[in-house]
Design a protein around this ligand. Structure first.
Ligand SMILES: Nc1ncnc2c1ncn2[C@@H]1O[C@H](COP(=O)(O)OP(=O)(O)OP(=O)(O)O)[C@@H](O)[C@H]1O
Ligand SMILES: [Mg+2]
Length: 519
């Protein structure tokens, strides 16, 4: 196996915990604790991402080395790794939750590849840390398969995200109450190795701010700017101001992409918001099937409906406002923070507007387009239409012979389509008239639309089928899905079965239509 070069700036430049016990506790005056992964019984590599391996400088022969399962199962370290768990807090479901920290994520080190790119490696489910609270620090197979596949699916969809290098089954069992209904059971354990330039979250800044530790806060802010935003220029105050605006901008772009593809994060607490604007923590996430802005996959949020699809742009703003509260004692000038929040709103509106235009195959949207676009979304909701299939098939409309039949496969309930047929026909006329104004050929429009409207997303039931097979010892579906999701905008007829709408059996099944945070 080719060696990796490590340059562990986070632990080298920032203060760490002086106490070396794993015991769950409050950690002050420090941003991390040194902690090694807890060994597992029989680590086996179930899958890996060749693209992420390549980022590190590894090829198939490196990944086939038996030491890979040992390292990414937490039983061995590579030369240069300095494992640690980060100390952070967060607002969860709208309230301040105090210290949280990496309860089960252990960063192994910051590898620097031949091109000079920094990729931090982090195990999720590697055992207890000082931040585990009352939990075991482990992760189950089902949640690890979901994290592994979705990280890579999101990347290939063009969405900023943490990546996943490997999926290792540990050979140990983990006790979980999957539905939080008082029926805990043993499940197979697994570990994902995630990869990102940085795993710093909004919550890393909030915790020292809440504790009034301005020195620590300033150190972390200036470290983040120096390591992760090296392009920012100027004196310290100016860099901090530009940085906050940039964090806001990136967060807006990330969330606009989620809305474009129908991704619902499910648990947008501030400890799950990356300072780089990357999608992080693939827990109870889900993909919209029938279009419903009020849908959330997270059973914990079933009644609160805080983290539904439609709320995400607003929650992004709310979370940035909490980050801005944390930075206020440091940045002091509220107009700077206000400018950042305004940049969030403006960037979101502009980016999502462009995406919406592209999704419908329109060159540029204007206010005059609002009525027919709003009507389209109302109809999608009322008629129970699959969002992904709708936009993909909409590209097949021909201006000379517009025919609603191209959309047939997107309807979950044909009887609703039949009932609302007149409204749909009227809408189609408006849409076609609007397309004619742009004068694009059918072919040009189709190509443009298919570049932003995926054929393949990680449908909730597909992930569950891959999990069920893996639990029986068959990883072939994980590999097939990983492969299909590599080219989400291509037709890939060989994978047509992964593009089908949710089957009826999955409508109310756990793991397919609803997920708890238990993982
Ligand atoms: N130390 C832990 N051990 C086992 N399970 C945990 C632990 N910490 C969190 N979890 C599980 O994960 C759920 C979500 O927790 P949280 O958002 O803190 O982070 P996470 O999912 O562990 O990981 P990350 O944000 O790093 O992706 C919790 O409801 C719990 O089920
Ligand atoms: Mg989390």
């Amino acid at each position: 196996m080719r060696p990796l070069t490590f340059d562990n700036r986070f632990v080298r430049e920032l203060p760490g915990d002086t106490d070396n016990v794993k015991l769950s506790r409050q950690v002050y005056d420090a941003l991390w604790s040194s902690v090694t992964p807890t060994p597992v019984a029989d680590p086996r590599l179930l899958a890996y991402s060749p693209e992420v391996a390549a980022l590190l400088g590894w090829q198939a022969e490196d990944m086939n080395d038996p030491r890979i399962a040992q390292i990414f199962g937490g039983n061995a370290l590579l030369e240069g790794m300095q494992p640690y768990a980060a100390c952070y807090g967060g607002h969860q479901f709208g309230g301040w939750a105090g210290q949280l920290g990496d309860g089960r994520a252990i960063s192994l080190g910051e590898s620097v590849n031949a091109a000079g790119q920094r990729w931090e490696l982090q195990l999720k489910g590697a055992g207890q840390t000082p931040y585990s609270r009352r939990a075991d620090g482990r992760a189950v197979l089902r949640s690890s398969v979901r994290e592994f596949l979705c990280s890579e699916a999101m990347f290939h969809l063009g969405i900023p995200t943490t990546r996943a290098l490997s999926l290792v089954m540990t050979g140990d069992k983990v006790m979980r109450d999957m539905l939080y209904d008082g029926n805990p059971a043993l499940e197979p354990g697994a570990i994902v190795c995630r990869v990102a330039p940085s795993f710093i979250r909004f919550g890393n800044f909030e915790l020292p701010a809440q504790r009034g530790d301005l020195g620590l806060l300033a150190q972390l802010v200036d470290f983040t700017i120096a390591r992760d935003y090296p392009e920012l220029q100027g004196d310290t105050a100016s860099k901090r101001a530009q940085w906050f605006v940039e964090v806001c901008r990136r967060t807006a772009i990330m969330i606009a992409h989620w809305m474009r593809v129908g991704f619902v994060h499910g648990v947008m607490n501030t400890d799950n918001m990356s300072i780089l604007g990357l999608t992080i923590d693939y827990g109870p996430y889900g993909w919209l099937e029938d279009y419903d802005p009020m849908w959330t996959p997270n059973t914990t949020d079933e009644h609160g409906k805080r983290y539904t699809y439609g709320q995400q742009p607003y929650i992004g703003h709310w979370n940035l406002a909490r980050l801005s509260d944390a930075l206020m004692p440091l940045i002091k000038d509220s107009s700077i923070l206000q400018a950042g929040l305004q940049a969030y709103a403006d960037t979101y509106t502009e980016t999502f507007g462009e995406m919406l235009a592209a999704k419908f195959g329109i060159v540029t949207l204007s206010d005059a387009d609002a009525p027919w676009i709003n009507q389209a979304f109302e109809l999608l909701h009322k008629s129970e239409v699959d969002m992904t299939l709708f936009f993909r098939e909409l590209a097949e409309i021909e201006l000379e012979r517009p025919d609603l039949a191209v959309l047939n496969s997107a309807f979950y309930r044909p009887e609703l389509f039949a009932q609302q047929r007149g409204t749909w026909e009227a809408w189609l006329q408006l849409y076609v008239a609007r397309l004619q104004q742009d004068g694009l050929s059918d072919q040009t429009r189709r190509t443009r639309m298919n570049a932003v409207n995926p054929r393949f997303v990680l449908r909730n039931y597909l992930a569950q089928q891959a999990i069920d097979a893996a639990t029986e010892g068959d990883n072939s579906q994980i590999l097939a899905l990983l492969d299909a999701l590599r080219h989400p905008y291509d037709e890939q007829t060989a994978y047509a079965h992964f593009a089908e709408k949710r089957p009826e059996w999955a409508r109310h099944k756990a793991g397919c239509s609803m997920l708890s945070c238990s993982s």
